[in-house]
Each structure stands twice: as structure tokens, then as C-alpha cells.
Design a protein around this ligand. Structure first.
Ligand code: NDP
Ligand code: OXD
Length: 309
């Protein structure tokens, strides 16, 4: 029995160790050293080449090496009968909430402007509203969005969330579906995107959506680059409809060196590190799901191929 592992990270040996300790009976093979394709029963992967997963005739379960599964559904030859499980764990969730809190507070407390004043050697008081006067909107109230929303509510922000189906979350005003989008946007001075990338959400962060936000709002996108129409963000920053953006993900990754985002004075960027999958918690989840598969029990965190998440 073998598990194929593929990651873009440089922590391969750590992954091998964590997987090996939890599943000594499973041989871990690291891409591209596949061995006999017939022996691969499980795949824990990120950004596999198109068509590659279809070449394992005895594949039983595909594990996404991240919360998002768009990298799998982008493969037109993805074997349709094989269940897909995604990463949902405490470390992934907490790290994303840290990222969101960092950038919400950074904008809310006018830190980019303070840093500019520091560069100019200028001593000047800048005023900020209290958190209870600041509307923050989280798009996506799933494993990550719900935790980030609760964390911000705990800091005193006026938090709202938008999801596909209705939610109840203490301290968070909840909106859902197409009908809930306009009122949700209208009260979101800071908009955080934590949606999965699907047919329904690709390109959702567009000029039309920005027009529904209060003038001078800020955007934080930690979901997927393909949610954002990048030219529309630049136009909204130029017109003042948006005042600031913090971005972790891009249409093209790594972000090309000539891309205007790199040097934009009102964009803070990071290289898709908002929440990096942790080998300890994710190996434990994979081991539990391998056990469940063997025991004929329901798998944890399977995704719905129709919805795409
Ligand atoms: P979940 O699947 O748990 O949650 C997704 C949320 O989005 C749900 O609340 C869902 O609504 C909502 N949603 C989906 N489609 C729509 C739609 N069409 N309209 C409105 N709401 C919608 O995902 P996670 O919270 O675990 O992860 C979210 C995304 O974050 C991942 O898919 C990934 O792309 C990104 N990510 C980025 C990382 C980074 O480092 N930058 C790290 C980890 C994840 P409902 O609950 O009603 O189904
Ligand atoms: C993920 C990611 O989906 O890291 O987990 O982007």
C-alpha cells in the first residue's frame, strides 16, 4: 500500500517523517518517484500536473494538501469516482485568523500611513474609529471564515459574514446568497475574502462588487488570486473607491516581477503564506482518514464535486 505525496514546499522530509510516524504501514512515495502506479492507493497532493492522478488505477482517496481543492478540479482528467478530502485543522484555521486579524488591524489603525510618516520623519497624530464603529465583512463563513469572524468580533469589530447558506454565529451578522450580497457589502468598510474558488466565485472581486462597498473601503484577499479581477482593483484604488488592499494570492503565482502590485503604495502583499498547511495536524488527519477508509467508515471533510468545494 503506498501514498503518493506531492508538495511545492521545501519541507518534504518533515512531511515524510510525520506521515511515516502516523502510518508506518503505508509507504510514502514523493513525486515524481512514483514506482509502480498500480500500488498507489492514496494521494496527498498540491498542484499535480494535469492528467497525472488519472494514471493510478487503484487510487482510493485523494487528499488535498490544503483547504482549497480548486487545484484538483482544474484537472479535466481528475478521476471522478475517487473521493476527495481537504485539509481542515486547528493550525490552518488559527493561522488564517492571525493573518486576517493582522491586516484588519493594520488598516484599521492606519499603520500603512504611519509607516509613510515614519519614512518622511514626520510626527503627526492620526485618528481612528474604535473597532465597534468599524464594519468588517467576511466573504465565506466556512472553517476559516467563521473562525476569523469570531476572532474579529472578539476584538470588538462590527462583523458580518456572507455565505451560500444561512449561518448563525455569535457576534456576527449573517447574510447569504445573491440577495444578501448588497446589504452585506454596504456595511463592509473592510472586506475579507475567504471563499473557495469555484465556477460561482471566480472573478467575484470585481469593479461591480467594489462599487457596492462604502467609498474608501479596504480589501483583504487571502482566498484565491482568481477571485480578483486585478485590473479592477487597480482602477478602484486609482478612483478612491478602495483605499487599500492586502493580498496573499494572485492570478499568477509567483507574482511576476514586473507586476504593478509589487510597487503599489496602497497594496501590502505576501507570497501565498496566509496559512501554510502544517505537516503535524494534516498528517494526523490523513492518517485518520486512511484508517476510516480501511474500516469502511465515513471520511472526514470530503468535498462536493458539484459545488466545487
Ligand atoms: P470552506 O469550504 O469551509 O468554506 C467556504 C465558505 O464559502 C462557506 O461558508 C460557503 O458557504 C461559502 N461559499 C462557497 N461558495 C459560495 C457562494 N457561491 N456564495 C457565497 N458563499 C459561498 O472553506 P475554508 O474556510 O476551509 O477555506 C476557504 C478558502 O480559503 C479555500 O478554499 C482556499 O481557497 C483559501 N485558503 C487560502 C489559504 C492561504 O494561505 N492563502 C490557506 C487556506 C485556504 P456555505 O457554508 O453556505 O456552504
Ligand atoms: C490552501 C492554501 O488552500 O494554502 O490551504 O492555499
Amino acid at each position: 500500500m503506498a501514498l503518493l505525496f506531492k508538495s511545492d514546499s521545501d519541507r518534504i522530509e518533515w512531511w515524510r517523517r510525520e506521515l511515516g510516524e502516523r502510518m508506518p504501514e503505508v509507504e510514502v512515495r514523493c513525486w515524481p518517484e512514483v514506482g509502480d502506479p498500480k500500488e498507489i492507493e492514496f494521494a496527498l497532493v498540491w498542484n499535480m500536473p494535469r492528467g497525472a492522478l488519472a494514471s493510478f488505477p487503484n487510487l482510493r482517496v485523494i487528499f488535498s494538501l490544503g483547504a482549497g481543492v480548486d487545484h484538483l478540479f482544474a484537472d479535466p482528467e481528475l478521476p471522478k469516482q475517487v473521493p476527495i478530502c481537504r485539509a481542515v485543522d486547528e493550525f490552518l484555521t488559527l493561522r488564517m485568523s492571525e493573518y486576517v486579524a493582522l491586516h484588519v488591524l493594520r488598516y484599521h489603525r492606519r499603520q500603512p500611513e504611519l509607516e509613510e510618516l515614519q519614512r518622511r520623519g514626520e510626527w503627526k497624530e492620526l485618528y481612528t474609529p474604535t473597532a465597534s464603529e468599524r464594519g468588517v465583512g467576511i466573504m465565506g463563513l466556512g472553517a476559516l471564515g467563521a473562525n476569523a469572524a469570531s476572532a474579529l468580533a472578539g476584538l470588538g469589530f462590527k462583523v458580518a459574514g456572507w455565505s451560500r447558506t444561512p449561518k448563525r454565529l455569535e457576534g456576527v451578522e449573517s447574510f447569504h446568497n445573491a440577495a444578501g450580497l448588497a446589504p452585506f457589502l454596504a456595511r463592509s468598510e473592510i472586506l475579507v475574502c475567504l471563499l473557495p474558488l469555484t465556477r460561482a466565485t471566480e472573478g467575484i472581486l470585481s469593479g461591480a462588487l467594489f462599487a457596492g462597498l462604502p467609498k474608501g473601503a479596504a480589501l483583504i484577499n487571502a482566498a484565491r488570486g482568481k477571485h480578483l479581477v486585478e485590473a479592477d482593483l487597480l482602477a478602484a484604488l486609482a478612483s478612491g473607491q478602495l483605499a487599500y488592499a492586502a493580498l496573499d494570492v494572485y492570478q499568477t503565482e509567483p507574482l511576476p516581477p514586473e507586476h504593478p502590485f509589487w510597487r503599489h503604495p496602497r497594496i501590502t502583499l505576501s507570497p501565498h503564506i496566509a496559512s501554510i498547511t502544517d505537516p503535524r495536524t494534516t498528517a494526523a488527519l490523513v492518517a485518520e482518514n486512511v484508517r476510516r477508509y480501511r474500516a469502511g467508515e465515513p471520511l472526514l471533510y470530503t468535498v462536493d464535486a458539484e459545488l466545487g468545494y
